[in-house]
Write a new protein. Structure first.
Length: 57
C-alpha cells in the first residue's frame, strides 16, 4: 500500500437492473485502520450522459 493515508477505491455495482459507478474515499489513521470514509455513487447512465455532454461543449 502506498505511504499516503488517503486512498480511493473505484467500483462498478449492479443495483437491481441498474449499473452504478462509485468511489469510496478512505482515510487511514496512523496505525492503518480506516478512520474516515466517504462513499459517492451515481447511475452509469448519468455519468455517461454527463461525459458525453462535456465532450460536446
Amino acid at each position: 500500500m502506498p505511504d499516503s493515508r488517503d486512498q480511493a477505491l473505484a467500483f462498478t455495482a449492479r443495483v437491481g437492473e441498474r449499473e452504478i459507478q462509485g468511489c469510496d474515499l478512505l482515510h487511514l489513521d496512523e496505525d492503518g485502520p480506516i478512520d474516515e470514509s466517504t462513499v459517492m455513487g451515481a447511475r452509469f447512465e448519468r455519468i455517461a450522459r454527463e461525459a458525453r455532454d462535456a465532450g460536446s461543449a
